[in-house]
Each structure stands twice: as C-alpha cells, then as structure tokens.
Design a protein around this ligand. Structure first.
Ligand code: FES
Ligand code: FES
Length: 164
C-alpha cells in the first residue's frame, strides 16, 4: 500500500508520521517515534507484550493498523503516569503509575519482557474497577503471557496497587 501522512494523538501530543495504512502501530511507535515501552513478542495478538491504550482501552499494537486509529488517543507506557494523573484529577503526574511501583515493590519482573502489557492492562482494569477481586485481576490479565511465570507476584502487585 502507498504511504500516507497520519497525525496521531500520543501521550497528550500530536505526532506526524508517514507510513502505509496497514503499518502496525507498534512499528511506528518503535521505529518512528522512539517509544520503546511496547514490545514485539508474538506479532499475532497472542501475548500482550505490545499493548497500548486507545481511548483508555487496551489494544494490541502489533495488529492495530494505522488506518484503524483515527483521532483516538494513544497512551503508551511512557505516557501512563500522566494518563493516571488525568484520570484521577491529580495536579502532578507521579514518576510511575501505581501498578509500576507495586510491581517493583513486589519484585515481580524477572526478564521484564511481559511487563509493558501487564502494566497497561492492569492500569485499564484499575481505572474501571479500583477494587477488583483476585478472579477479576486474573481474568483481566489472562491474555498476557509471562514466560518467566511471575504470575503470583504480578497478582500481589496489582492487589497492592489497588490498596487491597
Ligand atoms: S506482540 Fe502483540 S500480542 Fe504479542
Ligand atoms: S517477567 Fe519475563 S516474561 Fe514476564
């Protein structure tokens, strides 16, 4: 497909890019915008490593073409603390989203490859449901694969971030 010009709303700013309409958002984030938080894992919407928020809903950037985004707001890991501050009406964005801090506190990351998707999905969950049950946390994170098997500490971290 022929390249076209796109104006994306990313982390509260506009970003102009030139790419074919079927270019996955993940490629643009990593290669054109130097936003490396979202990772390439499977490329097939199976692992969640590439997740971002689109108007506050988690999507898999590896299978989201530029042509499907339109004017919707993209939030990547880099913009998540500010997104959280806006959601919560905070004056200042924290350095880290509470889920990120809780993952560190629980020493959950092993290799860390899955953590972008875990943080994005848990942030989406807690914004909609600030006091989730363990079953709700497990259900939300069900599509996010952690090859290191850090699931118990990830669950503890999400519970910690929720103040449970
Ligand atoms: S890289 Fe997108 S879901 Fe695995
Ligand atoms: S910490 Fe290694 S894949 Fe999850």
């Amino acid at each position: 497909m022929a390249e076209a010009h796109w104006t994306l709303q990313i982390n509260g700013r506009s970003a102009a890019v030139q790419a074919a309409p079927d270019t996955p958002l993940l490629y643009v984030l990593q290669n054109d915008l130097a936003l490396k938080g979202a990772r390439f894992g499977c490329g097939l919407a199976q692992c969640g490593a590439c997740s971002v928020l689109l108007d506050g809903r988690e999507v898999r950037a590896c299978v989201t073409p530029l042509s499907a985004i339109g004017a919707r707001a993209i939030t990547t890991l880099e913009g998540l603390p500010q997104w959280h501050a806006t959601q919560q009406g905070l004056r200042r964005a924290p350095d880290l989203h509470p889920v990120q801090q809780a993952l560190i506190d629980e020493q959950a990351p092993q290799c860390g490859f899955c953590m972008n998707g875990i943080v994005i999905k848990a942030a989406e969950l807690l914004a909609a449901n600030p006091r989730p049950t363990d079953d709700q946390i497990r259900a939300a994170l069900n599509g996010h694969l952690c090859r290191c098997g850090a699931y118990p500490s990830i669950l503890r971290a999400v519970r910690r971030a929720a103040g449970l």
